[in-house]
Design a protein around this ligand. Structure first.
Ligand SMILES: [Zn+2]
Ligand SMILES: [Zn+2]
Ligand SMILES: [Zn+2]
Length: 145
């Protein structure tokens, strides 16, 4: 959890607004939320906010590196406030539940390309896909419990 989200915004040169604070706190409370999850939480917190305002705030926070944006294939972007490390994600193919996986190496890029084609590589995007325990037991049926 963030203990002082307002000064975090200021430190990154952002004006502190109720909307940005609420968006940042929503992401912090529920890591790997989609923009829709965040919008829902923010509405509970501060009342009406447009979808666009939520997207704008998320985009701004991600651009400043205050939050991290994960874009899994075939699913909406997710946001988290765990930044500054090179952790990876494990995503359930069935329900989309996302959990953190520590990187064994810790720094980007943690994988070495066989050939870099002259590029300066700064990141390897690693996502592990699988089936979460809940979905596995659901698939096994009541007898499988
Ligand atoms: Zn699942
Ligand atoms: Zn994460
Ligand atoms: Zn890694």
């Amino acid at each position: 959890m963030l203990n002082d989200p307002a000064s975090l915004l200021r430190k990154h040169g952002l004006h502190v607004t109720a909307q940005r604070l609420a968006v940042l706190q929503a992401v912090s409370r529920r890591p790997h939320s989609t923009a829709d999850d965040v919008a829902e939480d923010v509405r509970v917190e501060i009342g009406a906010i447009s979808r666009q305002a939520v997207y704008d705030a998320l985009g701004m926070l991600a651009e400043k590196g205050i939050i991290r944006r994960i874009q899994p294939a075939g699913s909406p972007a997710r946001y988290e406030d765990r930044v500054g490390d090179n952790h990876h994600h494990l995503i359930c193919r069935c329900c989309g539940k996302t959990v953190d996986v520590d990187c064994a190496v810790g720094d980007t890029p943690c994988l070495t390309a066989v050939a870099d084609s002259g590029y300066q590589i700064d990141e390897a995007e690693v996502i592990f896909w699988g089936t979460c325990p809940e979905c596995r037991s659901a698939a096994a049926g009541p007898a499988g419990e």
